[in-house]
Ligand binder design. Structure first.
Ligand code: ATP
Length: 202
């Protein structure tokens, strides 16, 4: 049985918070590999200054290059439309029923699980693995999810708190400030070459 982690997100752009979370989940939960899964369209938030799904996919590929624990999946980008996690987990499960799936989220996203499409379906198809983020503690997450069937299977993992977000990076690029060391060099270079995020977000 292969243990597959999935880190879903907009990745607009991918940054060290995503990579450290994926790598720590991989090590602490014994995952064989972790897939970064960029959305085609985020169902729960607007993608600001979005260079497009292909561009975000390309940035994810650059971000994971050289780390054998991490891969990128184009499943949601290829499917198009709003990217619902439950649909994605069903598709992976149908293609590889023998795999054991873990869906990785930051605490902020974990708290919003009750508003996702079929949250109990998500908890049935995958183990939810949560990293604390932005002051969202384990107890906050446990309380918020307590009413859902399968909530007792949620697991937590530790990571150094990194107060980095894609919004911060977009803002810095639009202000002409450096994003070096907050994203892998290849990601910073591609963003600069293409002029992505320079015009800022609404
Ligand atoms: P934005 O600032 O545009 O809202 P973001 O930085 O939260 O974006 P997403 O692509 O939406 O990035 O995040 C994908 C997943 O990674 C989510 O589950 C989110 O909680 C998690 N994540 C993002 N940044 C961090 C971080 N610094 N530490 C831990 N988890 C993170």
């Amino acid at each position: 049985m292969t243990k597959v982690g999935i880190l879903g997100g907009t990745f607009n752009p991918p940054h060290i918070g995503h990579l450290v979370s994926a790598a720590e989940a991989s090590e602490q939960l014994g995952l064989d590999r972790v897939l970064l899964m960029p959305v085609f369209l985020p169902p729960h938030k607007e993608a600001h200054a979005d260079p497009g799904p292909q561009a975000r996919l390309e940035l994810c590929e650059l971000a994971v290059a050289g780390d054998p624990r991490l891969e990128v999946s184009s499943l949601e980008v290829d499917r198009g439309g709003p990217s619902y996690t439950v649909d994605t987990l069903r598709a992976i499960h149908a293609a590889h029923p023998e795999d054991d799936l873990t869906f990785i989220v930051g605490g902020d996203m974990a708290q919003s699980l009750p508003t996702w499409r079929e949250p109990e379906g998500v908890l049935r198809l995958a183990t939810l693995a949560v990293a604390e983020r932005e002051g969202v503690e384990r107890e906050d997450v446990r309380e918020r999810l307590a009413g859902l069937a399968g909530a007792e299977r949620v697991v937590f993992f530790d990571m150094p708190r990194l107060d980095v977000s894609s919004s911060l990076l977009r803002r810095r690029v639009s202000e002409g400030r450096s994003i070096r060391h907050l994203v892998p060099d290849a990601v910073a270079e591609r963003i600069a070459q293409r002029g992505w995020y320079r015009r800022g977000e609404p």
